[in-house]
Design a protein around this ligand. Structure first.
Ligand SMILES: Cc1ncc(COP(=O)(O)O)c(C=O)c1O
Length: 383
């Protein structure tokens, strides 16, 4: 599952299967699939297009220096034509929209309905995991271009309307204070007075969701109304979280055995915020969407641990979350191994013993029992 390490694979599997079907039926040929991306859409698009060579080729547009090195390496490795554009994702999106209007290309952003259909599977899988009982459940998703929350609402609505699930879970959409147009729209309680205003984004560690003018906003507005109506009460909520909270909660999640990316940290920070606001209670059980892999966003963890965040992120690393490696300089040994120059004999033994002692001293390790003492204990056990 998710071979390119983000939730985008669910939608791409569906969109590219459909294009492949059209190719096989002879209805289209020589397809160029194209998308704008904050990194993960392009990784998934390029990967699935690469499966379908030579019928389907791919090109991706990325905001220059606004995707991580790992994300940039993905479409390059999959053989897509990669274009880096000045500006942010919203600028790339506009260019790709013009390309898809003027030229014969297949648009793979979440405007593409087949993408949304594929991503609905996330809701189906959650329903299955809870054996179709979705009472007191909350599903938390980070919002960027708003395709994910569209698909999640749509998936649950379909399952509810067909009677497969017994209740609609609460949906909690989370945005960073640096990229919060959807949150701002819903701040206005009076539906008549709501007005969507795209915003200019500021740097965010939840970089994959750093989008000021989400393409799926009209669908979100439509679906939120339907979802709340069908649920019979407000069931879709939006919160915003600080950059500091995103990083702190991401790191805490990972210290507890998760592999959360920064967008996952955003989701968890959003859940905490929602609990403070009384949107969720202790009786609710939350499913938190960590939308990609921590390794794709390792640079943010590194900036935190090395206290090197540029000021505009407004992040003060908290020492209790920081971890760093210890470089051992073995004491009392003249020779250490180096590349192409291994140690042997006494030099090697001295080196290994010295390093072991130093690590044991840092970790305050207690010496293990000597073999004779161990044997005595085991003999005692047998009696
Ligand atoms: C890792 C990750 N998380 C969250 C998002 C936001 O999802 P959406 O754009 O569907 O709102 C994206 C993509 O935009 C993403 O790549």
């Amino acid at each position: 599952q998710n071979p390119s390490a983000s939730f985008k694979d669910r939608g791409m599997a569906s969109a590219l299967s459909y294009i492949h079907y059209l190719v096989q039926q002879g209805l289209v040929s020589d397809v160029l699939a194209i998308c704008a991306s904050t990194g993960d859409t392009s990784a998934a698009a390029a990967l699935y297009a690469a499966y379908l060579q030579p019928d389907i080729k791919s090109a991706v547009l990325l905001p220059h220096k606004k995707v991580t090195p790992q994300q940039l390496s993905q479409p390059l490795g999959s053989g897509a034509k990669v274009f880096e554009i000045p500006g942010v994702f919203d600028d790339c999106m506009k260019v790709v929209e013009i390309l898809s209007e003027k030229y014969n290309v297949a648009l793979l952003n979440s405007k593409n309905a087949w993408r949304i259909l594929g991503q609905e599977s996330y809701s189906y899988e959650i329903a299955q995991d809870f054996e179709y009982d979705l009472n007191n459940k909350v599903v938390v998703v980070p919002i960027g271009n708003a395709g994910n929350i569209t698909a999640v609402m749509s998936g649950f609505l379909k399952f509810f309307e067909t009677g497969i699930i017994n209740a609609l879970p609460k949906i909690l959409g989370v945005q960073s204070v640096h990229a919060n147009p959807v949150y701002k729209y819903y701040l206005e309680p009076d539906t008549e007075n709501r007005k969507f205003i795209p915003i200019t984004v500021k740097p965010s560690v939840a970089q994959a969701a750093m989008i000021g003018n989400p393409v799926s906003m009209p669908r979100v507005i439509h679906l939120v109304d339907i979802y709340n109506q069908v649920a019979g009460k407000q069931s879709v909520f939006f919160v915003e979280v600080t950059e500091q909270a995103i990083m702190d909660w991401e790191l805490l999640a990972n210290r507890n055995g998760h592999i959360a990316c920064t967008q996952g940290g955003e989701s968890l920070a959003g859940l905490v915020e929602a609990k403070k606001k009384g949107i969720v209670t202790g009786d609710d059980c939350a499913v938190i969407d960590s939308t990609a892999h921590v390794l794709k966003f390792a640079n943010f963890q590194q900036m935190y641990f090395e206290k090197k965040f540029p000021a505009e992120f407004k992040i003060n690393p908290d020492s209790k979350h920081i971890n760093s490696s210890v470089l051992i300089h073995p004491k009392n040994v003249k020779k250490v191994p180096s590349f192409g120059k291994p140690l042997t004999g006494d030099d090697f033994n001295r080196f290994v013993n010295s390093v072991s002692e130093e690590i044991a001293s840092i970790l305050d390790l207690k010496e293990s029992l000597k073999k004779n003492d161990r044997d005595q204990i085991f003999k005692g056990d047998k009696k």
